[in-house]
Design a protein around this ligand. Structure first.
Ligand code: PMP
Length: 329
């Protein structure tokens, strides 16, 4: 099952659904599916890179663990183990002949058409697990990684932990993200930064955020209603190995304007410098020195030209097997 072209995008010809490979065109749901009506889905976004050795998935085990964690919060009994999900993701890439791609594992509350349950109560609905894959370029544009982007602080508050837990990567959370993203784009910015319900910096619509001040790296703590980003964790580990002090602490809005450097992290955004916030230039208005240094190490790791920090294993080579042998930290 080779990949197929849709518009300018190459997609995997098959989708993994509940343990089987089905045709991409058959991966459809009924409009009365619970997930469509009530937002009951959890998902992941994972990148597979064409490295200097062969194709490898970045931090696959950690992503699949976060998927299972998200499902647990929403009482969605996962039918598959982490190892099975990892193996299936690798198998999908292997069979679809995509050298580099973006993977979208997804667990949804589906619809039993023989015994439909249309109410909010989710328990009567089946749990369906999917993995899709496609080739995806740089999320915020190729140029963004080099020159940085212009962002704004959103007028929308980030979801709060006691209503919509940001710790779970649920589809419904992205209604909040969409409000943030649309407002930013319509205002002429590339992205928006949301403040949490206390007014402290939280994250972008689909990215974690870091500030650099006097040689220190500063990022909001998990309590600021952020997704525990895997790129965020990667940057923290790289910085620690480089001897850069890392502080996870509450950040005021005005600190964004006064920082030496600010950057976003995310699977899609990778490490993207921010050159201005609310039209106020950050630092020199260019990609800062520390951002550049972290980017360089990050790109070496995803290219398999240097190991992950502290001997960790962050790459799952598609030519090998699925789940890594090493345990997740
Ligand atoms: N925050 C949000 C809201 C996101 O959607 C993402 C992207 N998954 C991130 C942060 C970054 O997380 P990660 O580095 O794991 O992709």
């Amino acid at each position: 099952m080779a990949g197929k072209d849709v518009a300018t995008m190459k997609i995997a010809g098959k989708v993994w659904k509940n343990g089987k490979f089905i045709n991409w065109d058959d991966a459809r749901v009924h409009v009365m599916t619970h997930a469509i009506n009530y937002g009951s889905s959890v998902f992941e976004g994972i990148r597979c890179y064409e490295t200097s050795k062969s194709s490898a998935v970045f931090r696959l085990t950690e992503h699949m663990q976060r998927l299972l964690n998200s499902a647990k919060v929403y009482r969605m009994d996962p039918t598959f183990t982490r190892a099975e999900l990892c193996d299936s993701a690798v198998e999908l890439i292997r069979q679809s002949e995509l050298d580099s791609c973006y993977l979208r594992p997804l667990i949804i509350r589906g619809l039993d058409e023989e015994k439909p349950a249309f109410g909010v109560n989710p328990f009567g609905n089946p749990i369906d697990t999917y993995i899709c894959g496609w080739q995806w370029g740089k999320y915020l544009g190729e140029e963004a990684l080099e020159n940085g982007i212009d962002v704004c602080v959103s007028s929308w508050t980030r979801i709060t932990s006691n209503s919509m837990p940001a710790m779970a990567k649920a589809g419904a959370n992205y209604m909040n993200s969409q409000l943030i993203k649309m407002e930013a784009l319509l205002g002429g910015f590339s992205e928006g930064i949301a403040l949490d319900d206390r007014g402290y910096v939280s994250e972008g619509s689909g990215e974690n955020i870091f500030l650099v001040n006097n040689g220190k790296l500063i990022t909001p703590p998990l309590g600021a209603s952020i997704l525990p980003g895997i790129t965020r964790d990667s940057v923290i580990e790289i910085a620690r190995e480089m001897g850069i002090p890392v502080l996870e602490t509450s950040i005021q809005r005005s600190a964004l304007y006064l920082a030496d450097e600010v950057f976003f992290t995310g699977t899609a955004a990778e490490i993207t410098p921010i050159r201005s916030v609310d039209h106020i230039t950050v630092g020199t208005g260019k990609c800062g020195e520390m951002t550049k240094a972290l980017q360089t190490e990050f790109f070496k790791i995803i290219d398999a030209t240097r190991p992950a920090p502290f001997g960790a294993n962050w790459l799952t080579f598609v030519a090998d097997t699925g789940e890594k042998k090493t345990a997740v930290a």
